[in-house]
Design a protein around this ligand. Structure first.
Ligand SMILES: Nc1ncnc2c1ncn2[C@@H]1O[C@H](COP(=O)(O)OP(=O)(O)OP(=O)(O)O)[C@@H](O)[C@H]1O
Ligand SMILES: [Mg+2]
Length: 315
């Protein structure tokens, strides 16, 4: 039987620049992704999505990479560490003030198992939601002993006691650098940095790498910047291409080949309580995030082996 991509190609012709050819390409990618097996990591990968710059696509990346991995068959836990609660909104989790959340987990009132909710669109995706009251935690735990490891301790306990095996734990960080981000970076072994394809992106990136260096030095020596993803890429502009080229030049082994295009559907999806993957599954944004997730999954082996070497060196 003729595939959707072939039908589109037959109707619109094969001109490489035509809209029809773009649609055919997208449709072919969609069909290929549905048939592709996402390899599972040999052990749980703990990834913080971080960048101190605001609005670069941290939450959109957390939500859509997690959804894409879950759709690819992995068991995923998202931890919302941002009092804005945007990841919770986009994954359809209840997170009014007072709803059990990350806030209760950090302050030791509840266990992760008691606060996690299942994402309505993806049965393999769970979320620990956040609400505005989380902003209080920053002050309230300031005097606690081991205050940097509150999330780490809760997560370790959860992973050890959970009946189900989680393949990925993905933590959405707020933009500022405070106790919440330190907790996130102490709880994980990897950082994924989303980089917005715009002029100031690279300036901020140097700062961020320095900050992560400080965290490595003082709190978490194992921490690895494993992944960079260029977001809001506009292929019509030279600037977007230049940013991507620069990032590739400086960080060739960690930047993903896939870039995320700027699309209206990606920005609309959260207002429906949905990821772009669920809201517009055949759209350019969803497909790009699934391609990026596939790259992340395929790199599991090399990332885990780099982490294991780092751990050995510490001994
Ligand atoms: N690829 C994209 N195309 C279009 N809009 C996007 C894209 N990625 C993100 N956005 C929009 O840009 C805004 C910022 O994105 P997002 O909330 O993911 O960034 P953030 O880094 O988490 O922000 P914050 O620092 O406030 O937590 C949002 O309105 C989001 O919907
Ligand atoms: Mg955010």
């Amino acid at each position: 039987m003729e595939s959707a991509a072939e039908t589109i190609r037959r109707i619109f012709g094969g001109d490489a620049n035509s809209l029809g050819s773009e649609m055919a390409e997208l449709s072919a990618q969609y069909e290929a992704l549905n048939k592709t097996k996402f390899p599972k990591p040999a052990e749980t990968r703990f990834i913080a999505v971080a960048n101190q710059k605001g609005g670069v696509g941290k939450t959109t990346t957390t939500v859509n990479i997690s959804a894409a991995l879950a759709l690819g068959g992995a068991k995923v836990l998202v931890v919302d560490m941002d009092p804005q609660g945007n990841a919770s909104t986009a994954l359809g989790a209840k997170h009014n003030s007072g709803e059990p959340s990350t806030y209760d987990v950090l302050e030791g009132r509840k266990k992760i198992a008691e606060v996690k909710q299942q994402c309505p669109d993806f049965p393999k995706l769970d979320i620990v939601p956040a609400a505005i009251d989380l902003s209080g935690a920053e002050l309230e735990v300031a005097d606690m002993q081991d205050r940097n490891n509150l999330l780490k301790n809760a997560l370790q306990e959860f992973i050890k006691t959970s009946d189900e095996h989680y393949d990925y734990v993905i933590v959405d960080c707020p933009p500022s650098l405070g106790l919440l981000v330190i907790n996130a970076m102490c709880a994980v072994t990897e950082v994924l940095i989303p980089i917005q394809a715009e002029y100031y992106a690279l300036e901020g990136l140097g700062q961020l790498i320095n900050t992560i260096g400080l965290v490595q030095e003082h709190y978490n020596p194992i921490l690895l910047v494993s992944t960079m993803l260029v977001t809001m890429f506009d292929r019509r502009t030279l600037l977007s291409k230049e940013i991507f080229e620069k990032v590739k030049e400086h960080y060739p082994s960690i930047v993903l080949k896939t870039t995320i295009p700027r699309t209206v559907k990606i920005s609309e999806a959260p207002s429906f309580g949905k990821s772009a993957i669920a809201y517009d599954p055949k759209g350019m944004g969803a497909i790009a995030y699934r391609e990026a997730a596939l790259e992340i999954a395929r790199r599991s082996k090399s990332v885990l082996s780099a982490l294991s070497t780092k751990k050995q060196e510490r001994k």
